[in-house]
Design a protein around this ligand. Structure first.
Ligand code: FEO
Ligand code: CA
Ligand code: CA
Ligand code: CA
Length: 597
């Protein structure tokens, strides 16, 4: 814990002490309640959760597994009522089913898993005098699963590489999987990134065409361990039978939560990667800029500058027009420049430098596109964007996770979570934005961007890890007075302009649970980092949402350890007793007053 409790606007609470409790631990004077758990009814008429009798039909109407990005969209005319959007990233058969045989799932188990993926829209309602939120089985509620139809748009759509036996048009894709972080657009839709989708495809590691070897290698196709074995029951996940199905994943997806019958979109104009998520900044003159990270070791940071502006109004015509904003514009990749660095020696004032956005692809309204990369046709840039980044010499980063503009200042914040391979044999060495060999604790990057232009400057706000160690930096703040933080993942902002960071992997650095932290960005207290909560043993902290009157976190994979199974769970959160752990969204609020007041 910090040596003394320093307060700042919005961060006026006693920092909590790191721990390994099987509980969500919140500061003194705060309360909490689960909003929704894996298996809770979402769609009107959905059955109650029955752990011992799960069916795909029930799961497709219930809250999915392993909630990640979460946000609240206010419902017009209903005070303290929201459409809560939440994605469900992945499933772990051993944690979901008793007697699950690893590598040999039953058809029921596979189809339950497919239905437990995707995105949930669920109405939630507040309670006067508390921050509690309760699900309402309302008309907007919806489950999008690994089987829901999407429209694929942009330069990858309708090409040879996106056509399959079931979809000769190459534009109608079933499902979204591996959705990690995300964001809410200014026009009221949810965007979400398809991240580790290659984990779901197997059958061969040999591409059908020699020309695809580089692309398959760059994305690890056929190499990643397929823990799901969906190909046992659906040919589309078998690369030897349907080698193009995999090319229909890895996109930024967009869902209109205000119309439960609407077809969600995959936008290929923003390229294809193991995408963490996406977040939008709108310039004072109405230009729309989307920032995205590709979360693998040594991958890149991207932005997409739309050529369309936002259409005002909330009607169907405005929504239809606005849901085309991400189909038209230019995709860029980031190249960083900084001083030479020595491993682990933080220079006076921290690490900083400048950078350039290098254009890769410009897409027009009709989906036709122009490549800016020599020797790569436009559709290849959209499909194998990593290869395009390689060709233009983009900077290999320490796993870009969530990246989001601060609505108060327009500065961009990107969590670089860790990279155990940095500087090891045959891999890229250290550079200023990625200054540590075998980086296990990560860093938090601040970019001051000329949003529609091609120049930026940057600064490492945090070099995470043990504050007592010489290789860490907390924005220049006195390191004896901060909460330790490691492995930043999702980020958000409060109304004071503070940055909030949720973590994934703290136990690898500190042998304690993950959590949620507030960080002061501006003024004399810049770098002050305070831990607001911890999540249960084995869980990752996701979400997060920080409003004046409540905080939400999505508790992902509680009890997940190498030897945990549904027969021998290592967590009993949130139901207690000897129950199975259930990934859940939790609301936290202050008994009296606003968060951090
Ligand atoms: Fe799903 Fe990049 O964490
Ligand atoms: Ca993440
Ligand atoms: Ca975020
Ligand atoms: Ca992560």
């Amino acid at each position: 814990a910090p040596s003394e409790n320093v307060n700042a606007p919005g961060l006026n609470f006693n920092a909590i002490t790191p721990n390994k409790a099987d509980a969500v631990t919140v500061p003194e004077g705060y309360e909490q309640a689960v909003v929704i758990r894996w298996g809770d009814p979402v769609v009107p008429g959905a059955p109650q959760f029955d752990f011992d009798k799960q069916t795909p039909e029930a799961q497709a109407q219930q809250f999915g597994f392993n909630n990640d990005f979460t946000d609240l969209i206010p419902v017009d005319g209903k005070p303290d009522t929201f459409l809560m959007v939440c994605n469900q990233e992945y499933t772990t058969g051993t944690a979901m089913f008793k007697g699950y045989k690893e590598g040999d799932p039953t058809e029921n188990q596979v189809r339950v898993e497919m239905a437990a993926h995707g995105i949930t829209v669920v109405e939630v309602k507040g309670e006067p005098g508390s921050g509690k939120l309760t699900p309402v089985l309302g008309e907007y509620n919806r489950r999008i699963t690994a089987s829901t139809e999407f429209e694929l748009r942009g330069p990858a759509a309708g090409t040879f590489f996106t056509k399959t036996t079931a979809d000769p048009t190459g534009t109608r894709v079933l499902g979204t999987i591996a959705n990690c972080s995300g964001g809410i657009t200014p026009w009221g839709t949810m965007i979400s990134g398809e991240e580790n989708y290659t984990n779901y495809f197997s059958g061969t590691d040999k591409p059908p065409l020699d020309g695809l070897k580089e692309g398959w290698k760059r994305y690890g196709v056929g190499k990643d361990e397929d823990a799901h074995h969906w190909m046992k029951f659906e040919d589309r996940f078998d690369l030897s039978k349907e080698p193009n199905e995999i090319n229909r994943f890895g996109y930024l997806v967009e869902v209109n939560p205000h119309d439960p019958k609407s077809t969600p979109i995959k936008h290929s104009a923003l390229g294809r990667m193991k995408r963490e998520g996406g977040n939008i900044y709108v310039t004072p003159t109405g230009e729309v800029v989307t920032y995205c990270g590709d979360d693998s070791k040594f991958e890149y940071i991207y932005k997409f500058v739309s050529s369309r502006k936002i259409q005002p109004g909330k009607g169907a015509a405005a929504m239809e027009s606005n849901m085309r904003i991400l189909d038209e514009g230019t995709l860029y990749v980031a190249k960083f420049e900084g001083q030479k660095v020595e491993n682990g020696t933080v220079p006076e004032g921290g690490y900083k430098g400048t950078g350039k956005w290098i254009p890769l692809l410009t897409t027009k309204a009709d989906g036709s596109a122009e490549s800016h990369v020599e020797g790569m046709p436009a559709e290849n840039v959209a499909l194998w964007t990593r290869v395009a980044g390689d060709k233009v010499g983009a900077t290999k980063m320490d796993r870009p996770e969530d990246i989001e503009p601060n609505p108060k200042t327009g500065k961009i914040y990107c969590a670089l979570t860790n990279n155990s391979d940095r500087g090891t044999e045959g891999k890229a060495g250290i550079d200023t934005p990625n200054p540590r060999v075998k980086n296990k604790s990560g860093q938090l990057l601040e970019i001051t961007d000329n949003h529609t232009g091609t120049d930026f400057s940057w600064d490492l706000l945090l070099v995470c890890g043990d504050p007592a160690a010489a290789d860490t930096y907390y924005g220049g703040f006195d390191k004896t007075k901060v909460s330790r933080i490691s492995c930043p993942d999702n980020v958000t902002f409060d109304s004071h302009g503070n940055l909030w960071i949720s973590t994934d992997g703290t136990n690898a650095t500190f042998d304690s649970n993950d959590g949620l932290f507030g960080v002061v960005l501006e003024g004399k207290d810049r770098g002050l980092t305070k831990q607001f909560l911890t999540v249960p043993f084995g869980a990752e902290t996701c979400g997060p949402v920080v409003r004046d009157n409540r905080v939400l976190v999505a508790v992902q994979h509680p009890g997940e350890t190498d030897d945990a199974t549904a027969d021998k769970p290592t967590s009993h959160w949130p139901d207690g007793g000897s129950s199975q752990p259930r990934p859940s969204v939790v609301a936290v609020w202050k008994k009296s007053g606003n968060i951090g007041s």
